[in-house]
Design a protein around this ligand. Structure first.
Ligand code: FMN
Length: 265
């Protein structure tokens, strides 16, 4: 099993200590796990410039694609991804947010449907539940099949010592993440995930090649294997969820006629 750890903190502090504890737990469950680490601070990723080329023309046109593509390739090669980042101002830190901004095009064109995620965060006192929830929400919207969370209050500046309760929580989160990743089982997406997925699928008709404001969405969604499905191929979907998704697909088609997203040519 291949696990990628993305460290979204600018240092190896409390959150990294907790991440290492999770790593030890995972290794106690299987010695066959191969870990790879990416430390975002080492990537020297410039701020997202907001050029929107990723949305309009495709992510390979991003001025920072050389950096981002390497991370995307590593995610693609992995079975599970651990996102580790401290909580700052009740949210993910700017270093992580900048990385997430570079992946936002995937909210329009999701992928990674067979990946499982785990988000780890420590906070001084409050906010880790909020930051891990937000981060996991984004990760699931990128397409991840499941995302577990481990929010912990460290009550410390750089001198965190996990309590017995924290150790149990870390073991529990590691076990859930490990068992799900090892099973390779794909779970049905939740109803909220089906909403943007199908709205973008429906809206894609107004952005196809040759239309006034053609975009990459118009190419992506029109592919045969996507256009006719309320969610990604291979992921189970009940009849109710299929109906729910198709309802938002139709809504996307209707809405889009009245609100074309323009851009400066
Ligand atoms: C810029 C900054 C913002 C912070 N914001 C919060 C906060 O909103 N709530 C809180 O309880 N602790 C906050 N803290 C404390 C850290 O979340 C806490 O010490 C955390 O364990 C640090 O993780 P690290 O050692 O991995 O960087 C903040 C710390 C910094 C440096």
């Amino acid at each position: 099993m291949k696990i990628l750890i993305i460290n979204g903190g600018a240092r190896k502090g409390n959150t990294w200590k907790l991440t290492n504890l999770v790593k030890e737990n995972l290794l106690s469950m299987s010695s066959q796990i191969e870990f790879t680490e990416i430390h975002l601070k080492d990537l020297n990723l410039p701020f997202c410039t907001g050029c929107s080329l990723c949305f309009r023309k495709g992510h390979i046109y991003c001025p920072h694609n050389e950096i981002i593509q390497k991370v995307m390739d590593k995610i693609e090669e992995s079975d599970g991804i651990i996102f580790s980042a401290p909580t700052y101002n009740l949210e993910m830190p700017a270093l992580t947010k900048n990385f997430v901004d570079h992946l936002c095009f995937m909210l329009h064109r999701p992928r990674y449907f067979n990946k499982k995620g785990l988000v780890i965060s420590t906070t001084g006192g409050v906010g880790a539940a909020n930051s891990t929830k937000n981060m996991a929400g984004t990760i699931k919207a990128l397409g991840f099949n499941r995302c577990y969370v481990l929010p912990i209050s460290s009550v410390s500046w750089n001198n965190y010592v996990p309590t017995e309760k924290h150790k149990r929580k870390a073991e529990f989160a590691a076990r859930k993440f490990y068992e799900d990743t090892a099973s390779k089982k794909l779970h049905a997406p939740s109803y909220p995930i089906l909403i943007p997925y199908n709205l973008f699928r429906g809206m894609s008709f107004d952005y196809v090649k040759g239309s006034e404001y053609e975009t990459q969405d118009g190419i992506f969604w029109q592919e045969e294997n996507r256009l006719k499905r309320a969610y990604a191929a291979g992921v189970p979907l009940s009849i109710f969820k299929r109906l729910f998704g198709n309802m938002f697909y139709l809504l996307g088609r209707i809405m889009s006629k009245h609100m074309i997203v323009t851009y400066k040519k």
